[in-house]
Write a protein that binds this ligand. Structure first.
Ligand SMILES: [Zn+2]
Length: 406
């Protein structure tokens, strides 16, 4: 956690520190009752009331009557609690998602409402420079659509479908995103946009998105598995992303599941990706049918009951189950969320996956585990890029917000 800047002695710094805790809690939650804020921050109800009063008076926060279901704090027998959220005058967040074939950009306010959003196709072999030019155009477009001034942007979350070294900001693997290798993506994007930018890989953003908006809502120990052309995991503990020493934690696609198996793009043999990625499955399907089968066609065949498609996807579920069982033994998550393109196969994928996890993990690691599909589909990474700005607040020091509130 960052040190709180002092202005005039310890009382001021204590007050500023408390205000930052309330603002951070509101950014992370979007909407919260005063009781929720007291529980999350550990501050007294009267301190919360003073800080919320100051924020409302400064025009940075608003209050409205809530529903009983809005609050996850204590049970309210009587009137539903008043809910507090930051106003869009307190700032907006930008999300930029580069996929293998698309670019998506969105702007949201700090109560987690998406204000404007747009997308276009973008070839996987695009250069970083071409991609960032397109992103800058889209940023201008969504801000105008939302009626938001550039000066109100508190940060930009940016997703790339590749492992990213946290200290250098560089894309680490030339085989995955060749146009971005050697580019300090966050620094370059920040220079072009004139805004603070943080970069994360797609699986980590999917995990954050499902935590804030989707299947992981209200949970804190979550593993998100993205199964698409590659396979990656986003790991959340205490509601925070776990990046590891260099930001590459979660490369579950390159864990060994078949000794001596097919050669992987990483150079090893028998990695999970070589058996269970959509690229691997569609490859087998194409070979057996003597025609090119896309991921979309594979999923259509599966839904129509094609035996080979269902068998291959079931086998993928079993292979992923081995890796997930190992992950559960190590990390003991409360919830495993399966997202990415292949999650559209539903129980054809998930049932064999669940069976193998129950068979292979130690019982205490999985007795209360839920394995569920992601609910955000192709918008997961974009929403995760927005969530990065709101949730990982120490990576975006909201100086404007805090100075105005002071
Ligand atoms: Zn590999």
């Amino acid at each position: 956690m960052r040190a709180v800047r002092t202005r005039s002695g310890s009382l001021t710094s204590l007050r500023e520190g408390n205000r930052k805790r309330v603002i951070d809690a509101l950014r992370a939650r979007g909407v919260a009752s005063r009781a929720d804020l007291a529980r999350i921050t550990g501050l007294s109800r009267s301190t919360i009331s003073t800080i919320v009063g100051d924020l409302v008076e400064a025009g940075l926060a608003g209050e409205r009557d809530g529903q009983a279901s809005d609050s996850d704090g204590e049970v309210h027998a009587g009137r539903p609690p008043v809910m507090v959220s930051l106003n869009s005058s307190a700032g907006v967040a930008l999300g930029v998602d580069f996929g293998h074939r698309h670019l998506r950009v969105a702007v949201s306010d700090l109560s987690h409402s998406v204000l404007a959003e747009t997308w276009r196709e973008l070839d996987v072999d695009h250069s970083a420079s071409h991609g960032l030019d397109a992103a800058a155009d889209f940023v201008a477009q969504v801000l105008e659509e939302a009626g938001a001034d550039r000066g109100r942007v508190i940060g930009v979350g940016m997703g790339l479908p590749a492992p990213i070294d946290r200290s250098s900001g560089m894309v680490q693997d030339a085989s995955i995103l060749p146009g971005w290798v050697g580019v300090d993506a966050a620094a370059e994007a920040s220079r072009r946009l004139g805004m603070p930018v943080e970069v994360e890989n797609d699986a980590n953003l999917g995990a954050l998105a499902e935590l804030v908006w989707g299947a992981g809502k209200g949970r804190s120990e979550v593993a998100y598995i993205k199964v698409s052309t590659g396979i990656g995991a986003g790991l959340l503990s205490g509601g925070r992303l776990q990046g590891g020493a260099g930001g590459t934690a979660g490369e579950i696609g390159h864990t060994l599941v078949a000794e001596g198996g097919p050669v992987c793009r990483c150079g090893n043999r028998g990695c999970l990706e070589t058996l269970a990625s959509t690229r691997a499955i569609a490859g087998h399907m194409s070979a057996s049918r003597g025609e090119e089968i896309s991921t979309r066609r594979l999923l259509e065949l599966c839904a129509a009951g094609d035996a080979a498609a269902q068998r291959l996807i079931g086998d993928a579920g079993r292979a992923i189950g081995i890796a997930v069982a190992n992950l559960c033994n190590l990390l003991n998550p409360e919830c495993v969320i399966v997202g990415g393109d292949l999650s559209a196969a539903g129980d054809v994928l998930l049932e064999p996956l669940r069976t193998v996890v129950r068979r292979n993990a130690i019982p205490s690691a999985v007795e209360s585990l839920e394995i569920v599909p992601g609910v955000l589909g192709e918008r997961a990474e974009l929403l995760g890029a927005l969530a990065l700005v709101m949730h990982e607040s120490d990576r975006f020091y909201a100086s404007r917000l805090e100075s105005e509130a002071g």
